[in-house]
Structures are given as C-alpha cells and as structure tokens.
Design a binder for this molecule. Sequence first.
Ligand SMILES: Nc1ncnc2c1ncn2[C@@H]1O[C@H](COP(=O)(O)OP(=O)(O)O)[C@@H](O)[C@H]1O
Ligand SMILES: N[C@@H](CCC(=O)OP(=O)(O)O)C(=O)O
Length: 380
Amino acid sequence: MTPRKKVFTSSQRIVVKVGSRLLVDDQGVPSAQRIEELVEALYKLRQKGKEIILVSSGAIASGMSLLGMEQRPKHLPELQVCAAAGQSRLMSYYEQACVKRGFHCAQLLLLADDVRDRHRHLNLSNCLNTMLRKGVMPIINENDSLSVKEIRFGENDELAALVGIMSKSDLTVLMTSINGLHTLDSSGQPDKRISIVNDMNDDIRSLAGDTDGNQLSTGGMHTKLNAATILNQVGESLWIIDGQDFSALDRLAHGDDIGTLFPASLDKMSSLKRWLGFFPETQGSLGVDLGAEKALCYRGKSLLPGGLISVCGTFEKGDIVDILNPQGDIIARGQSNYSNLDLNIIKGHQSSDIDELLGGSANYAEAIHRDNLVILKEET
Ligand SMILES: Nc1ncnc2c1ncn2[C@@H]1O[C@H](COP(=O)(O)OP(=O)(O)O)[C@@H](O)[C@H]1O
Ligand SMILES: N[C@@H](CCC(=O)OP(=O)(O)O)C(=O)O
C-alpha cells in the first residue's frame, strides 16, 4: 500500500478545511453550487465510514458580496458585520445540501478562549464527539463577529489543526487554491510540487510564502505549514490539496499522488499532553541547562530542580509553564509542582536538598513530573 493510501485507510476521523476562495463563484458571490459539490464529496467520505468535521472559511467573503462591498473592509466592525451576514448564508447552503443527502450539519463558531479554558475545552470536545456519534456533521468557523485581537485564532488553517488535535482526529485535509506546497522559482513564485514531507525542517519552512494577494484569503502557506508542524507533533497527518475541484477528495481517498502529504510518524499523543502542549495560556517559563534539555527531550525524564537555571513569571503550584533551553527556544511545556517563589529557592539544587531549603514543605522531587510534561522540540 502506498503511504497515501495507508494514511487514508487508517484515518477514521478526518478534519477537512476549506478556504474562502473555494466557496464563492467568479464574481466572489457565495455559491450554492460550490457548496453542493463540496457536500457531495464529503458525503462520499462519510459513506466510506469516515467521521468528518468541516472547518469552513468564507463568512467574510460571503458577507462582502451580500452587502455589496467590492473591497475587503479594513475596520473591525465592518468585518464583523460581513462575517455575521455571510456565515448565515453559508450555513443555509450547507444545511440544504446535507439534508438532501439524508444527514444534518451543525454550526460551531469558536473564540480562542473556547479552547484555551479547560472547562470550555472539555465541553466543546464532548459536544463534538456527540455530534459525530449522532451522525451530525460539525461545521466550524471562527466567531469572527465577536473575536477581537486577544481572543482571535486569526486563521482557519491553524484553527483546523487545533480542532484536529482536540478531537483526536487522524488526518486534517487543507483544501486550498493550489495543489500543495511547491518549491519556489527565482522570482519567488511556486514552481514544482512537493509530494510528501517526512521531515519538517527550516528548508521546507523557508518555502512558505504569503497568499498570492487575493483579498479573500489570509495566511498563505505559512499557516498551513504551522498546522502540519503541530499535527505531526501529536501523531496526526496533514494533507494540503487543491480544492478548486472538490472531487479531489475522491482522489485522496484512492491514495492518488495529489497535493502535499505530511504523514504522521509519531505515536498519537495522549489527551492530557495534547491539552498541556497546545491550548492553555502559560503563566511563566523555566530556563533549563543543556543536561536537563537532553534528559527531557531524548530520555523522557522529569524536570528536576538541579537542571533549572531561571524562573520567570508569577505562578502557583499546578500552573502551566513553558520550558526554555539555553538558547531560549521553547522545548516543552508542563504543569509545575511548585510556585515561582519556591522554584527560585530550589533551582540548581539536588532533589535531596530541597525539603530543607523549603522548610520541610517539599512534596515532590521533580519540578515538573514527566507525566505532566509535553515535549515540543522537534527532532534534530
Ligand atoms: N511554497 C508555496 N507553495 C505553494 N503555494 C504557496 C507557496 N508560498 C505561498 N503560496 C501561496 O499560498 C496560497 C494558498 O494560501 P491562501 O491563499 O491563504 O489559501 P486559503 O484561502 O485556501 O487558506 C497559494 O495560492 C500560493 O499563492
Ligand atoms: N473566519 C474567516 C476565514 C479566515 C481564513 O482563514 O480564511 P482562508 O484563508 O480563506 O481560509 C471567514 O470565515 O471569513
């Protein structure tokens, strides 16, 4: 079996993300016909037994044409109005197309806080699982009408990756207006298609350019490669394909050599580690020495106070902190066993000495136990 066929066959839960441009006609008007074609392609995947979660862009693009705006508005309130008007038009087309094929879809509009806050995250994840169990197809978009800078995802490629991580999907498919990641020619334009990326590295990252200037799109290849990076970290695959013809999803199901596949190579990460690594806001950071970096990243050890060099931020026992290597790169994230005040006292000391240093209140030998630690550093 080819790697592509294997990825599709072994994927039970699939997130499909569709970019704005794919949902409008040549005049930029939201197109019922396009949505029909998309839903038909998704229906076929469902008939193959796949659970499909759709992340659909297009609210702002649709709203612009509904409200007669030729240029994408620059001001937030106008963008919010476009999103609100456009989103309901999109959903009406989606619902019609789904019902025609004997199933329902359901809208989830998310703010970044909905996935960062532990309780909201769990509620959302339960809701998604229940929708899938009931055969309802979730259709997710950012809640653009309410989102402001601090609570924005900003980009649906990354939103799709976070949905993939949260829902423990197997594969995320990004449908866009180009057939995958390309090398760049001397003028920086996409040249040859790269069929498969087994190793995300700086050379691959340097290929990612912005969007081609189309005012309906945002993000370009950068956000797609960011999505691939984080999905591969949790043991999931990402596939970028050209969605100008939605039947590309049939070809993907056959394992055809289309687009660019970033196959999973790691075991699937546990739910707790997914949560720790990709969602909560961190309250501080711990700088560690080279020995601790190696112990954490390559030997699966806990972080001991002896490897700690610095402590930043104000936090309590149980809060989430980033772990930085001597170069200042984030290599891991975890739940601290001690407050910043205590860590400042015990940093650089042997675990056997810390009880005395803390006046008899040291309940843990580790600053962060390996069960509560997720490694974010890529293999070098
Ligand atoms: N190395 C690259 N390979 C392919 N496309 C690239 C590359 N760098 C930048 N791009 C641009 O990224 C665009 C796709 O991203 P974008 O327009 O944001 O789509 P979407 O709206 O589907 O998210 C392509 O049209 C292409 O112009
Ligand atoms: N949430 C926005 C889409 C943001 C976005 O990432 O757009 P795109 O680059 O077309 O996938 C909307 O629905 O208009």
